[in-house]
Design a protein around this ligand. Structure first.
Ligand SMILES: [Mg+2]
Length: 432
């Protein structure tokens, strides 16, 4: 049943709608539309100049129309008179092929052709820092092993509880909140759902967490590695494929309780794993999290090689229990839609080609990784990652128009970074 936004505004007391789309760099762009105008906007979309966003468009291109998805409606828990709507960018009467939410919807449609529906959960880690971004916001949060620190968690009770209460009210079924492995770092978990719903919630969670933190004089950051000596912000994704209400990844007779289909999907992720970081680890800073040296807490918690395991957190892919696996690659900068789209594309390729994930590894990758003779490594920087994506026939074919536009904009970003003269560079080269 489609929600009538006009009627919803009257029934729920919504005065304004935030028609929002996520661009290629994960930035949410929006127009604030009075409820009196939502009827027309719901049909035609809100107009944007694509060039002004990260959408690989020129000033000569016609308007982009962001057509809201009424099913995505969320009343801002901290300001219920505003209704947030995820929107799909259209141009020239058709969906913009490389716009992230459209890319994900195409992958979902491809999965549906085979009768499959991907369900996912994401674990969003973030720091609460000072408003100027220079340090964590709680000076007393100084334990060397701060994970699950009750005292530091409860000093941020008001903020964490407000966000959790909001998720509760929205029906997301949140179930736990904790202090994570870095000083100043937290994680909040809610129930997994379909890929599109999880992506919309992931996008909204970032907006909501930043907003509630700001209102409390704090700043929330999902930056992959804001402090070099501390554990970074990951965004682990838990994946399963379903048909009707049946989990197709579950098979009590299979290795670790996973079905043959699950291992084919896993084989696809392993096959494309070195090309995935361009999308799952999309910033220059991302590569200071993967490939990281151990942090002061003892570990980086992030992978650097392409391996899979059982319930062992030192590998890129972990199988924590029957029926799903966890991809530990993505970080807090991952675009919520491209994260899901890339995983699904890689997994569908695995099924289409019955890919074999290879042998499971049960070693501790942090201490014994060097003993592993085979196994691909992850790219060491964003440029290597972009080259790996360019070289991936699987992702190029399945993600279509996304890849050339994404590579073009990200190469420009890399070049902007490369033109930057760092303090380290001067100090280590002045006397060369
Ligand atoms: Mg975590």
């Amino acid at each position: 049943m489609t929600i009538d936004l006009d009627a919803a505004a009257k029934e729920r007391g919504i005065r304004y709608f935030l028609i929002s789309f996520t661009d290629l760099f994960g930035v949410q762009r929006a127009k604030l539309v009075p409820a009196s105008a939502i009827g027309g906007m719901a049909r035609a979309g809100a107009a944007f100049a694509g060039f002004a966003t990260w959408l690989d468009m020129t000033l000569a291109d016609p308007d982009v129309f962001a057509v809201p998805d009424p099913e995505s409606l969320i009343q801002l828990p901290w300001k219920p008179e505003v209704g947030w709507l995820a929107a799909d960018p259209w141009m020239n009467g058709k969906p913009v092929e490389h716009a992230p939410r459209n890319v994900l919807k195409r992958q979902i449609a491809a999965a549906a052709e085979a009768g499959h529906e991907m369900k996912t959960g994401v674990e969003c880690e973030f720091f609460l820092i000072s408003p100027d971004g220079s340090e964590i916001s709680d000076a007393a949060d100084r334990q060397i092993k701060p994970c699950y620190d009750q005292q530091a968690l409860m000093r941020r009770y008001d903020t964490i509880a407000e966000i959790c209460d909001a998720m509760q009210g929205l029906g997301w079924q949140p179930y736990q909140n904790d202090h994570e492995d870095a000083n100043g770092q937290f994680e909040m978990n809610w129930q997994f759902d379909t890929a599109l719903r999880t992506a919309d919630r992931h996008a909204f969670f970032k907006y909501m967490t930043r907003s509630i933190a700001e209102r409390r004089g704090l700043r929330a950051t999902f930056m992959p590695k804001p402090f070099l000596e501390l554990t970074g912000n990951g965004c682990h994704a838990h994946v399963s494929l379903w048909s009707d209400e049946q989990n197709l990844f579950e098979d009590a007779a299979g290795e670790l309780g996973l079905s043959a289909l699950a291992y084919q999907f896993l084989g696809g992720v392993m096959h494309s794993a070195d090309a995935l970081p361009a999308l799952l680890n999309p910033t220059v800073n991302s590569y200071k999290r993967i490939n990281s040296a151990p942090t002061i807490s003892g570990a980086s918690w992030s992978p650097s090689s392409v391996t899979w395991s059982g319930n062992n957190r030192t590998h890129l892919i972990r199988i924590p229990e029957p029926g799903r696996f966890e991809i530990r690659l993505a970080d807090g900068a991952a675009n919520p839609y491209l994260l899901q789209a890339a995983i699904l594309a890689a997994g569908l390729d695995g099924i289409a080609n019955a890919r074999d994930p290879g042998k499971r590894s049960d070693i501790n990758m942090y201490t014994e990784g060097h003993t592993l003779a085979v196994g691909k490594k992850l790219p060491l920087n964003l440029l290597d990652a972009l080259r790996a994506l360019e070289g991936s026939a699987v992702l190029r074919d399945r993600l279509g128009g996304l890849v050339p536009s994404y590579l073009k904009l990200k190469r420009e970003e890399w070049n902007a970074y490369a033109r930057h003269l760092s303090v380290w560079e001067r100090e280590s080269t002045l006397d060369c």
